[in-house]
Design a protein around this ligand. Structure first.
Ligand code: GTP
Ligand code: MG
Length: 371
């Protein structure tokens, strides 16, 4: 029997044990099971023995959500630290017509040189973005990312946890005022988490419009779907209806991007309760550990691609800078032409004047000689 199967059986037994009448009985069952279990008896028989011995009901075993093994991460290749010197930067600053390009370049270089995967969240106001991020960075008690019932996250916040850099962004509202800011933040992402509150049912109009806008800006729908996990929050509040809602959302996203999304559902509250009360089963059934495993898989699958994507972003930005420099040169060339024309006009006027003066002096000299 494989270790995974052993672990699953043990977890199943714990599930039954949790249903047993007293804690001491549950503990007893678990311990004895483990002893017997190591004694290499057929596990099913051991399990049946237990059921008989402790008169456990034949209640269905609550299978905990399967704990997924977390793979080791392969980090993407980072861009070198020194891409261009301070002198070049200074010259660029003076030359560029759109100084924002230099700010974008510095931002891109900074994020591309970070040793980790950038996980940027997005979603409607109050979707539960910050609360989930506190779970992901093991900061449930201390609230590293502020949460609340009124608009709480005003500017993006970043926190590195292991090999992931979590970027918590302000929510987009129904008017879509922050849409462009949100899209800009997404463009620095290696992995995107689109957060949606399951309690509000399928995606509403503003979420659909926002995703359509993202699709337009991203330019490559398959790429966006590849690097995005759609995370449904508040699972525990609407567990019974969740499958139907998720199937609907799957259709909505597929319609926008032409590819079907990866959807995970979680309950931050259940996770928090599980941690506070040390209930492993609640933690597993919160969906958070499964999301963490999923992020590791995503990161590894995207690792090589992320390096390429960073290079592609850098290339498109440098092309924009080149274009800007060419435009600045053209403007300078025009100015130079203008000055040259003005100079030659002035020179002509000057020459004319000089000719006139020379002629007058000549006349004066002739008259003088005649005297
Ligand atoms: N029941 C339940 N409540 C949740 C869950 N996630 C978040 N909440 C609550 O929802 C409210 C909003 O959560 P936040 O994490 O601040 O939401 P946000 O998306 O970061 O909000 P903004 O930053 O203002 O856009 C808080 O009161 C949370 O306690 C969840 O999974 N279940
Ligand atoms: Mg927030």
């Amino acid at each position: 029997m494989s270790n995974a199967e052993k672990a699953r059986l043990l977890a199943n037994l714990r599930g039954v044990a949790e249903q047993a009448s007293t804690n001491s009985q549950a503990q007893n069952i678990s311990d004895t099971f483990q002893n017997k279990y190591n004694s290499s008896q057929p596990v099913i028989k051991v399990f049946d023995d237990f059921k008989r011995k402790y008169e456990l009901p034949d209640a269905p075993v609550i299978a905990p959500a399967k704990a997924e093994p977390i793979p080791v991460l392969t980090l993407p290749t980072m861009l070198p630290k020194e891409i261009y010197s301070a002198k070049v930067q200074e010259q660029l600053k003076r030359t560029l017509q759109k100084p924002q390009l230099l700010v974008d370049l510095d931002d891109l270089l900074l994020t591309s040189q970070q040793q980790g995967f950038r996980v940027v969240n997005t979603g409607l106001l109050k979707a539960g973005k910050s609360t989930l991020y506190n779970c992901l960075v093991d900061a449930v008690g201390e609230e590293r990312f502020k949460t609340g019932t009124v608009r709480t996250t005003i500017t993006s916040q970043e926190h590195q946890h292991g090999d992931f850099i979590y970027i918590d962004t302000p929510g987009i509202d129904h008017i879509g005022a922050e849409t462009q800011e949100a899209i800009k933040a997404l463009k620095t992402a290696d992995i995107v988490l689109f957060i949606h509150n399951l309690k509000s049912g399928e995606l509403d109009k503003s979420e659909v419009v926002f995703l359509q806008e993202v699709s337009k800006h991203w330019g490559n729908n398959t790429d966006f779907i590849k690097r995005t996990v759609f995370v449904m929050t508040h699972l525990a509040d609407v567990e019974a209806q969740s499958a139907a809602i998720i199937s609907q959302i799957n259709k909505q996203v597929t319609q926008i991007f032409g590819a079907s999304p990866l959807i995970k559902s979680i309950s931050s509250m259940r996770y928090r309760k599980g941690l506070n009360e040390n209930k492993h089963i609640l933690i597993e059934r919160s969906g958070v550990p499964s999301l963490v495993a999923c992020l590791h898989h995503q990161a590894n699958a995207l690792s090589a691609d992320i390096s390429q994507q960073r290079m592609a972003r850098l290339k498109s930005l440098t092309q924009a800078i080149e274009l800007d420099i060419q435009e600045s040169m053209a403007v300078l060339q025009n100015k130079r032409q203008e000055v040259a024309t003005q100079l030659s006009q002035q020179k002509a006027v000057l020459n004319e004047g000089l000719d006139k003066i020379a002629k007058e002096i000549e006349q004066m000299l002739t008259r003088y000689n005649e005297i």
